[in-house]
Design a protein around this ligand. Sequence first.
Ligand code: IPE
Ligand code: IPE
Ligand code: MG
Length: 253
Amino acid sequence: MPTLIEQIDKSRLPKHIAIIMDGNGRWAEEQGQERLYGHFHGVESVRNIVEGCAELGIGYLTLYAFSTENWDRPQQEVDGLMALLVDTIRKEVPVLNKNNIKLHVIGDLKMLPEYAAAELQEALEMTSHNTGLNLVMALSYSSRWELVNAVKNIGIDVKAGKIDPQKIDQNTLQQYLTTSNLPDPELMIRTSGEYRISNFLLYQLAYAELYFTNTRWPDFRKENLYEAIVDFQNRERRFGKTGSQIKTETVPA
Ligand code: IPE
Ligand code: IPE
Ligand code: MG
């Protein structure tokens, strides 16, 4: 029996994998620990999965780290999580550079404390020359925030005469999203047994394959990722067409 990684067809990898890293709090509580202990251990999974994606040659990995709704959690958890996220990103910059990984951030960054925004900016600049895996952190992100923001900016540009409202198409909208320079995710993974999207990339996930696992995020490792990719590769992606059409034509780029 080939191992999971041997079962992966390297010529048909998902270009972009998006992950809702869920279950840190429950993982900690199940061990009688504080929720922050789970977030702390979740960082180890982030390292492992980023490394796994870089080794496989995945083009884009988006990690949902903090939603705009997460600001409503108890202040102690928000503060702890923010400090952990920023501290980790800063500490990981040398590793990102060593592995040729370019960092991107999407989200409502105005909501971030000033120190966090400054650290992030620095990390973005320090990895901007890298050409390997694109690692996108969704931080203070929500899809409805993003869509409203896009509509607002389109309105501003219509008013300024920069765009003709009659000519607005899917391409225009795409250019106003925070993901304008990223391909749509082809595989979306959510850990910890919740079957929902929680305001994540609603527009961009239109034709993504969704993969749900009961594994809590702090337990999620490369092997779990390989399992998701093998599952993805065994699916037939139809994009609205019939199965027999798909079998007789090449997969859309
Ligand atoms: C995911 O874990 C991390 C964030 C949302 C920041 P949770 O903190 O949501 O963990 P659960 O879902 O409560 O177990
Ligand atoms: C989604 O998880 C956000 C992140 C993983 C960052 P949540 O735990 O916040 O989502 P809900 O509340 O279960 O929908
Ligand atoms: Mg959760």
